[in-house]
Design a binder for this molecule. Structure first.
Ligand SMILES: [Zn+2]
Length: 439
């Protein structure tokens, strides 16, 4: 476990980017932390008097980034099946290996993934995978905030444990057992996708999510083929299909949303469905590119997701936010279609809203999830005016600039070192286990 939380302390940085209001930069700025929350955030000038410990930070402070869709234990399967389309990639490369996974595999896969996320300035992640207790043990040991939505599939050939009813029951058991653990854990439900679950399963999971007020994350409209197959079979879009089954009555986070039509965007906005935009995974699997600008215009809450490291192949939201911006501008042939502050907001506040966490912006009462970047790296020089900082973070920064990270006021990365993880052991474990899983 990382070191304990100091009761109350102040951080003063050359540049503080609060995310809200968009484009604001306090130079210098102050963040006061009390326990796991922010007690004050604002420009240094006018900050309240303070006589506790003060940490002076040269560089940039922003809220911790939020990964709104991940399968981080897939560090164990990093890069497998390269060159296969989603359907074959799942059936031939991923699912056979996942059938061999043990809880210890997931623990070490998640431990390495958590170290990678934290090192890259990601303080919260939404995870859908298997062996969720082991996944949460790893996240908590590393000090990472984790919203887990246990994967629900229906694979009768694998035995009774893999029927959707048993998987839903196990997920609800996990809610009882792990909700709120260590101040870091939230548990929801993760039905895999409309194409991998029967209607009655989707409806039942939707009802359970409504009853328990649980976040329901689901893969939605990821590939053109999947959407065309559903239309041919049901005569409706994936969004209409889920709405018809009552799934959208729950708090839904839809991953991907690549192949959505205008009317579906309106439905998502009206029903309060958030979208996890995963541009790098979608591009690498040749699935397409989600209509980011149209989603934002429609008023949909959008976060960014890494997806799993088998299809990305890293856990780096600096890459995702830049690619999201580049693709949106290239597709629109318009450089003003998504501005830098809005892109930075996707990686922070957008993700936090998608996960329903009081985080992603620096303001009183928000979770004290903070990232400190050095600003002396050549790629950030020069900064002529503080207002340039958000654009510099989007178009020039990279995860290697992350020096320090706090989650809930607790320091989890110090000067680039992840404090709660034995990285040498995690590397060795994942290497050895990946060799076994290859079969
Ligand atoms: Zn996914």
């Amino acid at each position: 476990m990382p070191p304990p939380v100091a009761a109350r302390w102040r951080l003063v940085a050359s540049y503080v980017v609060p995310i809200d209001p968009p484009g604001a930069v306090w130079a210098p700025g102050v963040v006061d932390v009390a326990g796991d929350r922010i007690a004050y955030a604002g420009p240094s000038e006018g900050a309240p008097a303070f006589d506790g410990p003060v940490r002076q930070l040269p560089g940039i402070v922003l809220p911790g980034m939020v990964n709104s869709h991940g399968h981080s234990p897939m560090t164990l399967l990093r890069g497998v099946g390269d060159g296969l389309r989603l359907e074959r990639w799942l059936a031939e490369a991923i699912w056979p290996r996942e059938a061999r996974l043990t809880p210890d595999d997931v623990y070490w896969g998640m431990t390495l993934g958590a170290a990678e996320l934290l090192r890259n300035g990601v303080t919260s992640t939404c995870e859908t995978y298997f062996h969720d207790r082991a996944l949460l043990d790893a996240a908590v040991d590393a000090g990472l905030r984790c919203v887990v939505t246990p994967g629900i599939l229906d694979l009768p050939a694998r035995g009774a444990r893999w029927r959707w009813q048993a998987m839903l029951e196990a997920a609800l058991g996990l809610v009882e057992e792990q909700q709120g653990r260590a101040g870091l854990v939230r548990v929801g439900l993760g039905p895999h996708a409309p194409y991998s679950l029967p209607d009655e399963a989707l409806a039942a999971v939707g009802r359970a999510a409504c009853e328990g007020d649980l976040l329901l994350s689901i893969h939605l409209a990821e590939t053109r083929r999947e959407v065309e197959a559903l239309r041919a079979e049901r005569g409706c879009s994936p969004v209409a299909h889920l709405a018809g089954l009552g799934v959208l009555d729950a708090p839904v986070l839809a991953a991907h949303g690549v192949w959505l039509e205008e009317a579906e965007l309106t439905t998502l906005a009206e029903r309060g469905v958030a979208v996890a935009h995963c541009p790098q995974s979608n591009a690498k699997l040749g699935s397409g590119c989600a209509p980011l600008a149209a989603l934002l215009r429609a008023g949909v809450t959008v976060g960014l997701g890494t997806d799993g490291p088998a299809s990305n192949d890293d856990l780096d939201l600096f890459e995702e936010l830049r690619l999201a911006g580049l693709l949106a501008r290239a597709l629109a042939e318009d450089p003003s279609v998504v501005e830098a502050p809005a892109l930075l907001s996707l990686a922070t506040l957008g993700g936090a809203r998608a996960l329903r966490l009081p985080a992603g912006r620096l303001a009183e009462g928000q979770l004290a999830d903070l990232v400190h970047l050095e600003a002396e790296d050549p790629r950030l020089v020069p900064i002529l005016r503080p207002e340039e900082v958000p654009a510099r973070l989007v178009w020039s920064a990279a995860s290697h600039l992350v020096r320090d990270v706090w989650v809930g006021g607790r320091q989890v990365v110090r000067d680039g070192e992840v404090l709660g993880v034995d990285l040498g052991r995690a590397r060795r474990e994942v290497q050895a286990r990946a060799e076994r899983l290859r079969g």
